[in-house]
Design a binder for this molecule. Structure first.
Ligand SMILES: [Zn+2]
Length: 255
């Protein structure tokens, strides 16, 4: 039975298909991640124009046929985020944000908060290239873990409940651990712990500053949590920027 679905969406991926078509991965507020085909979109006179590029925030009407693959019948643009394409760092951060959402939320289950979070992250990257800093990217991922229901325990030891001497992080135990429970843990400095708590409690635009070591430990905590509890491998954030001296550049820019 054919049905029509009208929704906002963010284009996560756009894949060439056949002679003139594209298959899109869309993230929607009420229907999670959907796949849709845009027929004839690569023809010069396509009625969709250039409105179906990655990172675009659109309003779309989808025709739902017998398969899981929807067909795009109409598109309006809400935001194109053109400025984030001006810098390699913002383009890369946007791609990683969309990739993380696509991996952690790959079903049609509704997560409107994830849609708002992604729309917010893309708008921040579009507004200011400084938001491509890994601290913002890690804060974004931490909020995704919360939405996925796999937020690590940060307030007390995940092994015994002790609230002092929290010196390690163990994805298997489910969060920070004390010095008596740290068997399978890696060291988590106070600064990294403070970053995780602050990043979760603050709006995305106000992700706290932290040293590269603390951010690396925070990233390891987030990555191992996603692997252990969602079986999802997130693309590295820090190793991607470290080689280009991006952190040093950001540090100099904010001084
Ligand atoms: Zn303990």
């Amino acid at each position: 039975m054919a049905r029509s679905l009208k929704t906002e969406a963010i284009v996560l991926r756009s894949i060439r298909y056949g002679e003139a078509d594209r298959v899109l991965h869309l993230y929607t507020p009420g229907h999670g991640r959907l796949a849709a085909i845009a027929k004839g979109v690569r023809r010069a006179r396509s009625r969709f124009g250039a409105r179906l590029e990655p990172f675009f925030h659109i309003r779309v009407i989808l025709h739902q046929g017998r398969s899981d693959l929807h067909t795009v019948t109409s598109v309006d643009t809400v935001a194109v985020h053109a400025s984030l394409r001006d810098h390699a760092a913002t383009l890369d951060a946007a791609a990683r944000a969309c990739d993380a959402v696509g991996r952690l939320f790959e079903t049609p289950d509704p997560h409107p908060e994830v849609f708002r979070l992604l729309a917010n992250q893309l708008a921040l990257l579009n507004r200011d290239a400084g938001n491509a800093h890994p601290a913002t990217g890690l804060a974004f991922r931490l909020k995704l873990l919360l939405a996925a229901g796999i937020m690590p325990q940060l307030a007390s030891c995940a092994g015994c409940g002790e609230s002092a001497h929290l010196q390690g992080f163990s994805a298997a135990a489910g969060g920070v651990v004390c010095n008596s429970c740290e068997a399978a843990a890696f060291p988590l400095a106070q600064e990294a712990h403070t970053f995780l708590v602050g990043a979760l409690g603050q709006p995305l635009a106000q992700a706290p500053a932290a040293s590269e070591l603390a951010l690396a430990q925070a990233e390891r905590a987030i990555t191992e949590t996603a692997e252990h509890h969602a079986h999802v491998r997130l693309r590295p954030l820090l190793s991607a920027t470290r080689g280009h001296g991006a952190l040093a550049k950001f540090a100099a820019g904010s001084a």
